[in-house]
Design a protein around this ligand. Structure first.
Ligand code: SF4
Ligand code: SF4
Length: 365
């Protein structure tokens, strides 16, 4: 999957003909998305240039492979892909050529050779109801996760199934599905939730680890604040219509045709934290609300059970505050409340910094 002669990300960039200017543009965009000040861009570029290939073991449990599809099919070759390609993806059911004993041997060798330093990426929930519901090489998902996470530096739970249990955990949860954080409690776990998650958020977490050797700052759900710090509602381009009380009442009425707010059609944007409204999907082409459909709340815990995708939130229009819980707003008393959802003051005021141009960066880096 990866040319082992390429030692650093800089080698990979040069081998793939990526210009210095293009690389700096990528670093500037990444720093911006990760809420890093412009002054950090040269450090980000220098660290990424020298970054060596971390070993990554990707485990797939109760999932639909949508998270892998999201990442690998999202863009034509880009720098984000290059960063993903740059990691030493030593084990991944869907992408690896090896199978059977050879595949398991690759996982064991990666664990042994990189003890304490490798990353584990997980997509899918873990069934506890019956260990035989989902097995790999004769071992339950629980056994594989515990064994693999034991020597990891950190675990990245990709997608809402790994982060919160997702669809497998939806009522009545027939397999007893749980999230990665329910199992792994002695390691840093980053939740990159979403159904599927936004690819650039996954690569942003990897870029942060490659640059700083640490994981980004997380919110109360273990999600990177840089991407999950603001609600869909607060960044939605339909927000002026919400503020004026102009709503679509059906998907084909005059309000819908005029692009008015989708709140009354079940939009969960006011209680959902994700970067869709700014990063968008398909190389920034569009996102669900821009395409005329309300946000389903897919990056929040228990969104499958949150009262119906087309039922309006039960809180009155104009009474949405950051202290209102997702489940309470959806009119539910489910586990999300017990999980302590509290979004007050999620967005810390960010200092303004002078703009730094690409030309400036080329001079100083
Ligand atoms: S309720 Fe939904 S459509 Fe309306 S402004 Fe908020 S996020 Fe946008
Ligand atoms: S708009 Fe809402 S439901 Fe759609 S992908 Fe983004 S967070 Fe998920």
């Amino acid at each position: 999957m990866v040319d082992k002669k390429i030692k650093t990300l800089g080698d990979a960039l040069r081998r793939n003909g990526v210009s210095r200017r293009g690389f700096l543009k990528f670093c500037t965009a990444t720093a911006s998305m990760m809420a890093l000040p412009p002054a950090m861009v040269p450090a980000l570029a220098a660290s990424l240039d020298k970054a060596r290939r971390p070993s990554v073991i990707w485990l797939s449990f109760q999932e639909c492979t949508g998270c892998t599809e999201s990442l690998t099919r999202s863009h034509s070759p880009t720098l984000e892909n290059l960063i993903f390609d740059h990691i030493s993806l030593d084990y991944h059911h869907t992408l690896q050529a090896a199978s059977g004993h050879a595949a398991e041997a690759a996982r064991e060798e990666a664990m042994r050779a990189n003890e304490g330093n490798y990353l584990v990426v997980v997509d899918g929930a873990i069934p506890l109801g019956n260990p035989g519901y989902s097995t790999i090489a004769g071992f339950s998902n629980l056994q594989i996760l515990e064994e693999t996470a034991a020597g990891a530096a950190a675990v990245i739970a990709v997608g809402s199934c790994a982060a919160f249990g997702g669809l497998p955990k939806a009522d009545p949860n027939p397999t007893g599905a749980v999230s990665v954080r329910d199992i792994v409690t002695d390691k840093p776990v980053v939740n990159v939730s979403g159904c599927p998650p936004i690819p650039v958020v996954i690569t942003g977490v990897l870029a942060h680890f490659l640059t700083f050797g640490t994981l980004p700052e997380l919110d109360e759900y273990g999600r990177p604040k840089a991407f999950f710090g603001t609600s869909i509602h607060d960044r939605c381009y339909r927000r002026p219509f919400y503020d004026k009380g102009l709503f679509a009442n059906t998907f084909d009425d005059e309000g819908a045709r005029k692009g008015w707010c989708l709140y009354k059609l079940g939009c969960k944007g006011p209680m959902t934290y994700n970067a869709c409204a700014t990063v968008k999907w398909n190389e920034g082409t569009s996102w669900p609300v821009e395409s005329g459909h309300g946000c389903l709340g897919c990056s929040q815990p228990d969104f499958w059970d949150a009262g119906g995708f087309y039922n309006a939130l039960s809180i009155p229009v104009g009474d949405i505050s950051r202290t209102t819980s997702y489940a309470a707003a959806a009119g539910l008393g489910v586990a999300a409340v017990a999980a302590g959802i509290n979004h007050k003051t999620k967005v810390a005021a960010r200092k303004r910094h002078d703009r730094v141009t690409i030309d400036d960066l080329e001079k100083i880096s």
